[in-house]
Design a protein. Structure first.
Length: 168
């Protein structure tokens, strides 16, 4: 898969929450996105300074209004609002973003939660699909920026999760 040299590999069953159906949907999303390898897994390099700089600006433009300028998310992000939706979670070390492999994070940003591929049945969220607004490299850059802000233990954990999912 070609995302400015930042993505490659194959998609395999993700541990824990991702079953074969979810993996198939992620693979289909990546194929529909025009990725050169049909079953690709991303490896998002948070040490690539140019990629992180691009992602920082994109995060400020597209993500900060909900997830916070400081990546701290919305207040009470674990409690459903009156409309049944959850507030935007933090992307800093206090959140759960670093618990997910790179390919899943990419899919969540690209497709949002409308397809049901990245959330349990009935899950309702305000997370839009950014696939029409951002190209694949921009999504990868945004995620690289988010990852670059995590302390070493969270980055190491997320790297292990991504590796176990077939990334790297």
């Amino acid at each position: 898969m070609n995302h400015g040299g930042q993505a490659r590999g194959r998609l395999v069953q993700m541990p824990g929450r991702a079953g074969p159906a979810r993996v198939a949907v992620v693979a289909a999303v990546l194929v529909l996105a025009g990725c050169s390898e049909p079953a690709a897994t991303l490896s998002i390099d948070a040490d690539d300074r140019q990629l992180v700089a691009l992602g920082e600006g994109l995060y400020a433009s597209h993500c900060a209004r909900c997830h916070g300028v400081d990546l701290g998310g919305q207040p009470n992000w674990r409690q459903r609002r009156a409309d049944g939706r959850l507030p935007a979670p933090p992307h800093d070390a206090s959140g759960h973003t670093w618990h997910h492999p790179d390919a899943m994070l990419f899919g969540m940003v690209k497709e949002g939660f409308a397809t049901g591929a990245f959330a349990p049945p009935g899950y309702r969220s305000d997370m839009p699909a950014y696939g029409e607004m951002l190209d694949d490299r921009e999504i990868v850059a945004t995620l690289a920026y988010i990852k670059s802000t995590w302390p070493a233990p969270q980055r190491a954990h997320q790297a292990r999760v991504s590796e176990a999912a077939g990334g790297g």
